[in-house]
Design a protein around this ligand. Structure first.
Ligand SMILES: NC(=O)c1ccc[n+]([C@@H]2O[C@H](COP(=O)([O-])OP(=O)(O)OC[C@H]3O[C@@H](n4cnc5c(N)ncnc54)[C@H](O)[C@@H]3O)[C@@H](O)[C@H]2O)c1
Length: 338
C-alpha cells in the first residue's frame, strides 16, 4: 500500500513515522507547503518521497491520503482525495461543518472508499482498558463522566479550544457509553484574545439521567489530563499525566436507601479497595494506522470512521451554538456507533 501524508507540522511527522513502520506500506510520500517542514522530514526519514504540491500528491500513485493540515482544510483535501479514488485518513475533528462531513461520507460510499477519522484515544491502552471495565460491568451503571483537559496550549488559528481539544474527550465518552444517546448540550466559554474561545465548559445530557462534563482550556498554568467515570458499583480515575498507574478503580460509592422518616440517614458511604489494572503500552497511533490499513484490505468501515467523526462534529456545532447564547441548551439526538 502506498500512503501520502499531507501536513508535516506538529502531528504529521508522527503519522509518517507510524506508516513507515508498517509492513503493508511500501511507500510513503509526504507533502507540506513549507520547505522547512520537508527538510525536517528528509533528515528524519530519508526514504520518504517529498513534494511541496498538494495537487501532485492528490493525483499521484498513493492508495490512501493522510490529512494532517489545519481543520478548515480537511474537507477540501479529503474531497479531492476521494474524487481521485483514494481512501482517506482525516485528523480530528473530521470537518468544520456537519454538511461537509455528510458530503464526504456520500462520496466515499458511492466510490466504495474508506474514511478513517483519527480519534487517536480510541486506540490508547488506557482507554481500551476503561472500555473493557465498563463492558464487563465492573463499574455498574455509568452515572457520570467528568473530564479536565487543560494546559498552556497552542492557540489555533482556525478553531476554538472546543474543536481542538474536546474531540478527544467526546470520542472517549462515545466509545465508553456506546449504548447511551446524547439528548442535549450546553456550553459556556470565553474568548480572551483572538475571538476564538480559549476556555470552555461543556455539559452533555444523556437520555437516561447520565451526565458528562468537560473542561477544556488553553490558558491554564498547569497541565491536567484527568477523567473520572462514576458508576453505581465502582468509580474510575484516568490520569494521563502519570507514567504508571494511569487508571485507578475505586470500590467506592454510596448505598442509598429511601428514608422512612426524614431523620434517618439516606446515604451510607462505601470506601473499599483501589486497584490499578495493567495497561497495554503500544503507541495508539501504531494501532490506529494498522486499523486503517486493515479496514482498506478487508473492505469494511474502520473502528473510528467518518460516521463517528460526523456525530462528533454535530456535538461541536451544538457547543458553538450554545456558547453564542451564553450556555443555552441545544437539543441533539446523537446515536453512538462505536
Ligand atoms: N490526533 C491527535 O491527537 C492530534 C494531535 C495534534 C493535532 N491533531 C490534528 O492534526 C491536524 C494538524 O495539526 P498540527 O498541530 O500538526 O498543525 P500544524 O499547524 O503544526 O501543521 C499543519 C501543517 O500543514 C501544512 N499545510 C497547511 N496547508 C497546506 C497546504 N495547502 N498544502 C500543504 N501543506 C499545508 C502547514 O504548512 C503545516 O506544516 C489538525 O487537524 C489537528 O487537530 C491531531
Amino acid at each position: 500500500m502506498k500512503i501520502g501524508v499531507i501536513g508535516l507540522g506538529y502531528w504529521g511527522p508522527n503519522l509518517v513515522r507510524n506508516f513507515l513502520a508498517l509492513k503493508d506500506v511500501t511507500k510513503v510520500t509526504a507533502c507540506d507547503q513549507k520547505e522547512e517542514r520537508l527538510t525536517n522530514i528528509k533528515e528524519k526519514f530519508p526514504s520518504v518521497e517529498l513534494t511541496g504540491s498538494s495537487d501532485h500528491l492528490l493525483r499521484g500513485d498513493s492508495d490512501a491520503i493522510v490529512i494532517a493540515t489545519p481543520v478548515d482544510t480537511h474537507y477540501i483535501f479529503a474531497r479531492k482525495a476521494l474524487e481521485n479514488g483514494k481512501h482517506v485518513w482525516v485528523e480530528k475533528p473530521f470537518t468544520s461543518t456537519s454538511e461537509e462531513a455528510e458530503e464526504l461520507l456520500n462520496i466515499a460510499e458511492k466510490n466504495n472508499l474508506r474514511i478513517f477519522v483519527d480519534h487517536t484515544f480510541i486506540y490508547n491502552g488506557s482507554v481500551k482498558k476503561m472500555k473493557e471495565l465498563v463492558e464487563k460491568g465492573e463499574l455498574g451503571n455509568i452515572l457520570y463522566f467528568d473530564s479536565t483537559r487543560i494546559n498552556l496550549g497552542l492557540f489555533q488559528r482556525d478553531v476554538n479550544v472546543v474543536w481542538d481539544l474536546a474531540p478527544h474527550d467526546l470520542s472517549i465518552m462515545m466509545y465508553l457509553l456506546n449504548h447511551y444517546k446524547v439528548k442535549a448540550i450546553s456550553t459556556s466559554g470565553i474568548a480572551n484574545y483572538n475571538g476564538k474561545e480559549n476556555l470552555a465548559h461543556i455539559n452533555v445530557f444523556f437520555d437516561n439521567n447520565c451526565f458528562a462534563h468537560f473542561h477544556v482550556n488553553w490558558l491554564s498554568p498547569v497541565k491536567m489530563r484527568l477523567m473520572i467515570v462514576g458508576g453505581d458499583k465502582k468509580m474510575l480515575v484516568y490520569d494521563d499525566m502519570q507514567n504508571f498507574e494511569k487508571i485507578k478503580v475505586y470500590d467506592s460509592g454510596i448505598d442509598y436507601k429511601s428514608a422512612e422518616s426524614i431523620y434517618e440517614a439516606l446515604v451510607q458511604y462505601r470506601i473499599g479497595d483501589m486497584f490499578s489494572p495493567k495497561i497495554n503500552q503500544t503507541e495508539a497511533l501504531t494501532l490506529a494506522a494498522k486499523e486503517f490499513i486493515a479496514s482498506i484490505n478487508e473492505n469494511r468501515n474502520p473502528l473510528t470512521s467518518g460516521i463517528e467523526g460526523l456525530e462528533i462534529v454535530k456535538i461541536l456545532e451544538a457547543c458553538d451554538k450554545s456558547i453564542k447564547k451564553m450556555g443555552e441548551l441545544v437539543e441533539l439526538n446523537t446515536p453512538v456507533y462505536y
